[in-house]
Ligand binder design. Structure first.
Ligand code: SF4
Length: 449
């Protein structure tokens, strides 16, 4: 029996990888394993738990984001030296297949499941092609269940995906370029059956937006939440969604009853001009002045809010950072993800900054290590690099220091009215604080503005 080794490389333990509370399992590899012909043995090597050591295999598949692509190329090198073929997949290789081909034998661009059988058969016939263009699955018909038995058992969260694609094209995001602009959804009964098969209680829905953007997608979410309640499967879960979800309170109430603990929401910025530049139309429609109302609505149903914000945008200022720190405290957002604007391959932002000659770290692929949402990697406009790092630390110092930190936690405890949800919120806050304290700029710059 031939052996396929699938690898999840981890270059550097930082940011979300610092805690089991915020680390996700490599679900995409479990999907690849599920569509691998049965006459192959498949193993997943996950560097989140075990640093990689060479292991014999007939074929190797590696997935990676931009921030860990160097580690992926390093591991690929060990196999290519021994003439073992390596195939790359995942978002980075899909956006830059020609770069990846310098380090591997083949690249699958986009969704792998529909084309994987051909890739394997080509390999067996010794006719492996350099590039395979993945087919976007009709998810409503897809019955593929990821091979969770191959995922490391120590992950806290069981990842599940119920939809793919996004109709928007925010300038910093490559999701619609990678998975398409059509919001494709799995059949509700299929998702419910998959949930039934997962023995663990904690679920993270990896969809970029579980609730979606249209009346049809809201209906599907309603069916899903009702199904979870009806089946009484007692899962506790979190989702990513957008701020317009707050417009449908009955749906949020159902989500809470179905076990939703918190929602990850991209607020991005409180400056409408910056939002326009980001092309984040959905937030512009609701209005930055209504962010607090959105948070309050989620809290009304005991759902915590994990709010994502980006700094380092053109023409930001110390005044904006001071105001943002206040707004974050005032809004009652339970977990704050504050990242530094990063142009990633496949985004409009990358295209724009390249055109304007504003990329600073261009020794690629080596410099991809810095494209991890915590470095200023481009020439800033209307603000200098040091002010961005100081602004980041200023805001984090505010929200993670006495007396505001315990005040925020107390407020979360009051808003969530649920010990388990609060425990997770507290753990996420600890992870965020630890991630800031271990950042490359923490000791380099003062935390003042
Ligand atoms: S940030 Fe969210 S809404 Fe914007 S393109 Fe990406 S997935 Fe879609």
């Amino acid at each position: 029996m031939k052996k396929l080794l699938l690898i999840n490389p981890v270059g550097q333990k930082s940011g979300f990888l610092l805690s089991k509370f915020s680390t996700h399992s490599p679900l995409s590899l479990a999907y690849v394993a599920a569509v691998t012909p049965q006459d192959w043995e498949v193993k997943i090597w996950d560097e989140n738990f075990t640093p990689f050591k060479f292991e014999e295999a007939d074929l190797v598949g590696i997935t990676a984001f931009t921030s860990n692509i160097n580690r992926a190329y390093e591991i690929a090198g060990m196999y290519r030296e021994k003439k073992i073929k390596v195939i790359f997949g995942g978002i980075h290789a899909s956006m830059l297949p020609d770069e990846a081909l310098q380090y591997g034998d083949a690249v699958v661009v986009g969704e792998v499941e529909g084309i994987w059988d051909k890739v394997i058969r080509d390999f067996e016939r010794n006719t492996l092609q350099p590039k395979y263009i993945g087919v976007q699955l009709d998810l409503s018909q897809s019955k593929i269940i990821p091979r969770r038995d191959l995922i490391h058992p120590d992950y806290l969260w069981n990842s599940v995906q119920t939809s793919r694609g996004c109709p928007f094209n925010c300038h910093f995001c490559s999701v619609s370029n990678y998975l398409g602009r059509e919001y494709r959804q799995r059949n509700t009964e299929d998702v419910l059956n998959e949930l039934d098969q997962i023995p663990g209680e904690l679920i993270s829905f990896l969809d970029d937006n579980l609730i979606g953007y249209s009346p049809e997608s809201r209906k599907r979410a309603r069916d899903l939440f009702e199904g979870m309640i009806r089946k009484g499967n007692h899962k506790k879960w979190w989702m990513q969604t957008s701020i317009n979800a707050a417009e449908d309170e009955p749906l949020l109430e159902l989500a809470a009853r179905a076990g939703c603990m918190f929602a990850f929401i991209g607020f991005e910025t409180t400056n409408p001009e910056t939002l326009k530049g980001m092309k984040k139309g959905i937030n512009l429609k609701i209005g930055t002045e209504n962010y607090k109302k959105v948070v309050d609505t989620f809290h009304k149903y005991g759902i915590g809010v994990y709010g994502a914000f980006i700094i380092g945008n053109d023409f930001e200022s110390p005044i904006y950072y001071k105001k943002l720190a206040k707004d974050l405290v005032h809004s009652g957002i339970d977990i704050v993800q504050l990242s530094i604007l990063t142009p990633l391959p496949g985004t409009d932002l990358m295209e724009q900054l390249e055109k304007e000659g504003r990329l600073v770290y261009k020794n690629l692929p080596e410099d991809w290590k810095k494209y991890r949402l915590s470095y200023v990697v481009h020439q800033t406009k209307g603000i200098d690099e040091e002010t961005i790092y100081r602004g980041d630390s200023y805001i984090k110092k505010k929200i993670y220091s006495f007396p505001i930190y315990p005040y925020r936690l107390l407020k979360s405890f009051y808003n969530l009215k649920n010990g388990e949800n609060f425990y997770l919120v507290k753990k996420f806050n600890q992870t965020m604080k630890k991630s800031w304290k271990s950042s490359h700029y923490y000791s380099k710059y003062p935390h003042t503005l």
